[in-house]
Design a protein around this ligand. Sequence first.
Ligand code: NAD
Length: 255
Amino acid sequence: MQSGQRVALVTGAASGIGRAAALRLAAAGDAVLLADRDEQGLDAVADEIRTAGGVAEAAPADVASSSDCAKAVAAAADLGPLRAVVHVAGVTAAPDSVETISDHDLERVLAVNVGAIFRLGRHAIPLLRAAGGGVIVTTSSVHAFATMTDNAAYAASKGAIVALTRQLALDLAPDRIRAVCVAPGSVDTPMTRHELRRRWLSAEDAGFTTEPGAIGRVAAADEIAAVIAWAASEEASVVNGTTIVADAGLLARLV
Ligand SMILES: NC(=O)c1ccc[n+]([C@@H]2O[C@H](COP(=O)([O-])OP(=O)(O)OC[C@H]3O[C@@H](n4cnc5c(N)ncnc54)[C@H](O)[C@@H]3O)[C@@H](O)[C@H]2O)c1
């Protein structure tokens, strides 16, 4: 850890967008605390960052657990003054509707996708304040704005993240803490591949295309990480309380 180096806590850092965001932030000079429930994946990302000359520590954590969140924040504080919290960890449920979803699945999706922002924030916000300010980046989805059938819990959770980010921005502005939400469209990650399998869809049937220039094309995780890293940087100092939609134009298309 070099003096003056910013500490960033990234959840969901073992895979997909969270992994890519952690690599970006570390490459930009942050000391990164990696939090995820996938311990093996975390160690691999921590090794990758260290091999590249960066600073990273892994904190295995279920972000639906208050005690794990407290431990992850404490581990970040051990690295130095916490200045950025990047919430990426997220889960989907099996195809569900308000009528059919089990209490277990509903509570899990809301606890991981939304509750974690409260649970980590409770411990992290006092540290951001003590550090003289910082930034909270959340990860929503285009499903906050337009969705598909049988996606009730996930869509509701992603809408809540947009509202909660706005709330954080208002409440924390006097402490010089910004809050910014990033809403990706389709991204090529293990989550997307798992969802397609779960719905018995081929990428083609689901309308996914990687064709450059195609509206709504599938993004690489690193393209979303670039937006997250920018939102977390001083370059975005005037961006607060809002949602950056990073969807290759998906929401722009009516037909
Ligand atoms: N992939 C997409 O197309 C897409 C689109 C829009 C939004 N998103 C959002 O981006 C975020 C990252 O998704 P991804 O596609 O990279 O998925 P991913 O499955 O590749 O990665 C998610 C990570 O979160 C971790 N995680 C899940 N539950 C956790 C918990 N309780 N505690 C700690 N870690 C936990 C997983 O272990 C995994 O490493 C999610 O919030 C997702 O909703 C993804």
